[in-house]
Each structure stands twice: as structure tokens, then as C-alpha cells.
Write a protein that binds this ligand. Structure first.
Ligand SMILES: [Zn+2]
Length: 288
């Protein structure tokens, strides 16, 4: 298990209750998994929320909703301070504009007790920059607490926890005390990501060359192998985990790869096959 990537360890953890308990209580497995892809260790902080190593691995490697349009994207987050993820260049542009960010020229959120915990960044500005999403959430959370104190509040549709002003102040203090450690972790993740993408590009090239070589040896086309569900999944997983494909892996998956390729050449596209613009036409032609 010490050879697992963080993503693999999460997947393994989810397979059974006993594995979940085993992996959760053996912290060295997470340390090893994070080390395998050079990921900085997750800090232990008093702020609430799921800040486990597993949650961090899912956040980085399992994809998620685009912060702007909510569409699922396999892309990694691009801002770890604000926890922003973009599915396209246009969403990225909007998330980096003043539609999503607030430049706090009047230092409003530095002086309010409930705003001191808000994640912030300088982003080439002399002032602190905040995510408008975080400000909105903090404001809503505060309004709900005030409403609970004067018995006028209903449960928030966003699922904000039910807290009085005193309880919320306590939570905000914990968050504020955790902010520096979380910001430092976010900045380390930015440096890690730059290096990770470089390594991933190198491993991807090596894995592509390997598939090309093995396909040529077997008299198949590499592009066809890479479009099969198994081929695409192997290529994506090994690249993600910065691991080179091996002859053993090829032998273990060879039969399935060829079976799926055979189906696709007959115009039947298994679930997970990587599409091409003329696939529909080819499939129709094959059925006719
Ligand atoms: Zn989007």
C-alpha cells in the first residue's frame, strides 16, 4: 500500500468498511502516498470542515465542479487559496475577474471579526483580494446566526450549520487561527502543481511512446488502443500517478484492450471509449 498514489488510496479506502478503518488509522500510508507524487503534507488545524488527506486527494485528483458554471471537470483546481476550479478558458477568465474577486481597498474584511478568517491573496495587488463566493457565504452564515439569536431565522437552503452568534464567533476564531497554516499549504500546493505538471508531461510522453511501441509490435494502431475505455483509463491513471507503464501492465490488460478495440473497429463503442467527430457516422455505417 505504500506504493499507492493518493488517488489510489482514496479508491481503496472506499472499497470496504474494514479498509476504510485500516487506511484512516494508518497515517504513514497517507504520508507515503503524498510523498509518491511529491504532494505537501496536509496541515493539522483547528478549523472545522473535512481537511483530511483523503479529502485533499479527492479535491486535487478526482476532478469536481467548475466554480463558475458548476459543470464537472477533471481539471485540477487552479487556485488553492480560493479553491477555484475552471472547466474552460472562459470560466477561468471570469473567475480571475472582478466578477468573482473582490479587491479590499478599504480593508473591510481585515477589521471585522467575522471576516478575519476569509482566505485572501495579494494577486499582484497591494490590497488583499478575496473570493466573492467566500464573502457571500460568510455574510449568509452571519445573517443566519443573527436570525437564530432573535428567533427569526429559517434553516438556510445552502445547508449552513445552525449556529448562534456566539457559536459562530467561536468557529470564526478557530478559522482565523488556522488561516496562516491553510494559506501556507495552499501556496505549497501551487509550487507542487507547477512541478507536478512538468513531471506529468514527461511521464505522459514516455507512456505514449510505450503504447506506440507495444501497439506496433502487436500490429495495432496506438491511437486505436488509446481510444478504448481500458486504454484511455490506463493512460490517464498512470500519467496522473506519475508512473510509467510496464510490460507487465501491458500483458495483464492486453486481452481486454484488443477485445475493446475489436468492438470499436466493428462500429460498437463500449462505454468509456474516447470519441472522435466521425464516430457516429462510422457506427451507423457499420450497422447499415
Ligand atoms: Zn465552467
Amino acid at each position: 500500500m505504500t506504493h499507492c498514489s493518493p488517488h489510489d488510496l482514496v479508491q481503496l479506502q472506499m472499497t470496504s468498511r474494514s479498509l476504510y478503518a485500516f487506511i484512516s488509522t494508518h497515517k504513514h500510508l497517507w504520508t507515503a502516498a503524498q510523498g509518491n507524487v511529491g504532494l505537501p503534507l496536509v496541515p493539522v488545524v483547528e478549523a472545522g470542515g473535512n481537511r483530511s488527506s483523503a479529502a485533499c486527494a479527492v479535491f486535487i485528483f478526482a476532478g469536481g465542479e467548475c466554480t463558475w458554471c458548476s459543470k464537472f471537470t477533471p481539471a485540477q483546481p487552479f487556485s488553492f487559496v480560493f479553491r477555484f476550479r475552471a472547466c474552460s478558458p472562459s470560466c477561468l477568465k471570469l473567475l480571475l475577474s472582478d466578477v468573482s474577486l473582490y479587491v479590499d481597498k478599504s480593508k473591510t474584511y481585515e477589521d471585522f471579526s467575522w471576516g478575519r478568517w476569509l482566505p485572501r491573496s495579494k494577486l499582484h495587488s497591494p490590497f488583499n483580494v478575496y473570493s466573492k463566493r467566500d464573502i457571500k457565504y460568510a455574510d449568509r452564515e452571519r445573517q443566519q446566526a443573527i436570525g437564530i439569536d432573535d428567533h427569526s431565522s429559517r434553516r438556510d437552503p445552502l445547508g449552513i450549520p445552525h449556529r448562534t452568534v456566539a457559536q459562530l464567533n467561536e468557529v470564526c476564531l478557530k478559522r482565523a487561527r488556522s488561516r496562516d497554516a491553510l494559506t501556507e499549504h495552499a501556496l505549497r500546493l501551487v509550487s507542487w502543481q507547477t512541478e507536478y505538471f512538468k513531471l506529468k508531461a514527461t511521464v505522459s510522453r514516455a507512456n505514449y511512446d510505450f503504447i506506440k511501441l507495444m501497439s506496433a509490435v502487436e500490429g495495432k494502431k496506438a491511437q486505436g488502443i488509446l481510444r478504448t475505455p481500458k486504454g484511455a483509463a490506463l493512460f490517464q491513471a498512470f500519467n496522473r500517478d506519475l508512473t510509467k507503464l510496464t510490460f507487465t501492465v501491458w500483458l495483464e490488460n492486453r486481452a481486454l484492450l484488443f477485445a475493446q478495440l475489436g468492438c470499436m473497429l466493428d462500429g460498437i463503442f463500449p462505454v468509456g471509449a474516447v470519441g472522435r467527430p466521425n464516430d457516429k457516422l462510422r457506427a451507423l455505417t457499420a450497422r447499415a
